[in-house]
Design a binder for this molecule. Structure first.
Ligand code: NAP
Length: 324
């Protein structure tokens, strides 16, 4: 690992699961500052205390942000600008999988997309616009094996077919409808999550083309890590039977890994080269854990999908595009 003693990292969703573990690994890896972006002040303060105790390092700072709400993200960017906090490693980790029924933010965006895609897009654009990212910043957005389209119950729809059938061929309208859980379309939390994680891949690829040279952005899946709290919104049986079983047995049958391995995948991306940008790194095809590979499934490298996704995220974030 490079020397990061003078570097600063910011992690969204840092109070729980993989985000919390990432914060610990960075501090243990001698990072100079680790900003814990959490939904409430209480969660941020409590996480600072827990992480100081665990790591013995006083490098943590809390930042309050509800990533699903545009006003909260704007306010957080302002706080960072006021603190003049420049970030060298931005880990866009917060994420949820909810429903059915779908839950939406105050703008009508389905919560998984509001957090993982719209809020993270807005936060990143805000930080770029206020010059809050270091010249060699590494940006990582949480990916998932679900984006590959080969995970059971997490199929990716054929957007062109959907657009042709229901949206007069308008691809962006079809994508927006899914991101807003349009009541005229079937909704499944799993499937919606898989599309949201595909959005993260398209977003990273679209952003990579726009970033100044020296900065990179990648979608990196932490891999299956049932020891996090990710199952909290799942149905009763999945939450209380499937997830605990996966946590217990998953590592022995090659279907799950511990939190430090999951977080380690993000941390490794802090040292990706300048050329490694715009990619999607995840477990090998058909697997949920293992060494990360660069993936390029046809839907993920579809340029029309990528452009439509970028347009939709600008629209859903109230017109926030790449800063001029
Ligand atoms: N665990 C896995 O097997 C797995 C596999 C592939 C990818 N991932 C991805 O890894 C990431 C981390 O998940 P995890 O497994 O660590 O789950 P987790 O323990 O549930 O952590 C999710 C984090 O996201 C935060 N979050 C959710 N909504 C938010 C909002 N509106 N504003 C701010 N923060 C918000 C949560 O904060 P609160 O505590 O306040 O809700 C929590 O800190 C997610 O993006 C997930 O999709 C996980």
């Amino acid at each position: 690992m490079n020397n990061h003693t003078n570097d600063s990292a910011l992690i969204t969703g840092a109070n729980s699961g993989i985000g919390f573990e990432t914060a610990a690994l960075l501090a243990e890896g001698d990072w100079g500052q680790v900003i814990l972006a959490c939904r409430t002040e209480e969660k941020g303060t409590a996480s600072v205390a827990l992480l100081e105790e665990r790591t013995g390092r006083k490098v943590f700072e809390a930042l309050t942000v509800d990533v699903s709400e545009l006003e909260s993200v704007d306010a957080a960017v302002k706080v960072l600008a006021d603190r003049s906090s420049r970030v060298d490693f931005l880990v866009l980790n917060a994420g949820v999988m909810i429903g059915p029924p779908p839950v939406r933010n105050s703008q009508g965006v389905e919560m998984g997309f509001a957090v993982a895609n719209v809020g993270h897009h807005q936060l990143t654009m805000g930080m770029l616009g206020h010059d809050l990212l270091g010249a060699h910043a590494r940006i990582v957005i949480a990916g998932s094996e679900a984006a590959r389209g080969d995970v059971p119950m997490m199929k990716i729809p054929d957007f062109n077919a959907l657009a042709a059938e229901k949206f007069q061929g308008d691809l962006a309208a079809a994508m927006e409808a899914i991101a807003c859980a349009n009541p005229n379309l079937p909704f499944q939390g799993n499937a919606s999550y898989a599309v949201s994680k595909s959005f993260s891949v398209w977003w990273a690829s679209a952003l990579a083309e726009r970033l100044p040279s020296g900065m990179t952005v990648n979608a990196v899946s932490p891999g299956s890590a049932p020891a996090s709290n990710f199952g909290r919104n799942m149905a009763f049986l999945a939450r209380n039977v499937m997830m605990p079983m996966m946590k217990l047995l998953g590592p022995f049958i090659g279907m799950a890994g511990p939190l430090d391995v999951a977080a380690g995948r993000y941390v490794a991306a802090a040292d990706y080269s300048d050329e490694q940008s715009g990619g999607f790194y995840a477990s090998p095809a058909g697997k949920l854990v293992g060494p990360v590979e660069l993936h390029a499934q046809p839907h993920l490298v579809n340029d029309q999908y990528r452009q439509a996704c970028w347009e939709v995220l600008i629209k859903l974030s109230g017109g926030v595009g790449y800063p001029a």
